[in-house]
Design a protein around this ligand. Structure first.
Ligand code: ATP
Length: 305
């Protein structure tokens, strides 16, 4: 088997007392889109920045096409494409000038076609500082891809993009996959990752709590309905494993919360159990959580891999 394009092993990064990343492992193959998902502060940017050679890991091994990012920055430079954050360019630099500058730096022909694809053809002479946030992000994306890097890192690529540009980005990402590019997409947008990524890892407080194909990860949750029950004497706690259809149980704000794949049977059993115990029902809610909520459930419960 070919060595992975990106290999992360026992990677840890601390800032003083804070473990931003607390020991994670993953690989990304050529032609694979890997989604790094997680809420704010989970450690996504830290992981990308260490892979990009901008920060140094505290412990562990990182390799990008066999290159150690913290030791071989010159070799890394042409191997990776990075979508820089908005402050990356001088305010007065024009769009076309930026493209020519980046391409000269990498020793390739300017990719004006990419500017056109990303809807910047009317802005070639515009200064960076006069672009809208979405236009700045589109330019950053064009610059990241201009030298045809075999490895691409995108951090929240569609934040602030309009629908049309988002669709163009999705097409571009599919083309990169076809060409064998290994791509890491860091995002907290579950729907986006589901659409684009072949595999995802969910980061929470610097640890991977779940990983796999988006389908496998969401399938674990999507068929489950949430049944939340509150009773006067809270006698249900002892019934966790015994109720029909219940896959998972949690206690939250005085409620017993059952994640059920047979909601009718679960509700009947809950009512029977309460009646048997002589414990009056206070509240009962049946809800189908959104995908976003499912993601939060996974990340707050320690994960279902
Ligand atoms: P977001 O979605 O908000 O961008 P993230 O998953 O990218 O979040 P990181 O930016 O990697 O998260 O941050 C991970 C943790 O490390 C956070 O607790 C953050 O406060 C902390 N952190 C990041 N950079 C530094 C720094 N330079 N000094 C101290 N702590 C930092």
């Amino acid at each position: 088997m070919d060595p992975p394009a990106i290999a992360v092993e026992a990677f840890r990064k601390s800032y003083g007392d804070v473990d931003a990343v607390a020991g994670i492992d993953f690989t990304v193959a050529e032609g694979e889109i890997f989604g790094l998902l997680g809420p704010n502060g989970a450690g996504k940017t830290t992981t990308l920045e260490c892979l990009e050679g901008i920060r140094y890991p505290t412990a562990g091994t990182l390799r990008v096409r066999g290159i150690d990012p913290s030791r071989e920055p010159a070799r890394l430079r042409d191997a990776i494409g990075v979508q820089l954050q908005t402050s990356g360019l001088p305010e007065t630099m024009q769009v076309e000038e930026a493209m020519r500058f980046f391409c000269a730096y990498h020793g390739v022909k300017p990719r004006l076609d990419l500017l056109e694809r990303l809807g910047l053809q009317a802005k070639l002479r515009a200064e960076y500082g006069t672009l809208s946030t979405g236009q700045q992000r589109r330019l950053a994306l064009a610059l990241a891809l201009a030298h045809d890097p075999p490895v691409v890192f995108l951090d929240e690529p569609t934040a602030g993009l309009d629908v049309g540009t988002r669709a163009e980005l999705h097409t571009l990402v599919a083309e990169l996959r076809e060409r064998g590019v290994a791509l890491i997409l860091a995002t907290h947008d579950m729907a986006e990752a589901e659409k684009l990524a072949d595999r995802v890892a969910i980061l929470l407080s610097g640890r991977i709590v779940a990983s796999g194909t988006p389908k496998a990860l969401t399938a674990a949750a999507v068929d489950l309905t949430r049944v939340s029950v509150r009773s006067e004497r809270e006698t249900l706690a002892g019934h966790d494993g015994a109720l029909p259809g219940v896959q998972r149980h949690a206690r939250k704000d005085g409620y017993d919360v059952y994640f059920s794949d047979a909601v009718g049977a679960t509700v009947m059993a809950v009512l029977d159990a309460l009646e048997e115990a002589g414990d009056p029902l206070v509240d009962l809610r049946v809800e189908r959580p959104s995908l976003e909520e499912r993601f939060l459930e996974l990340t707050t419960q320690g994960g279902v891999a």
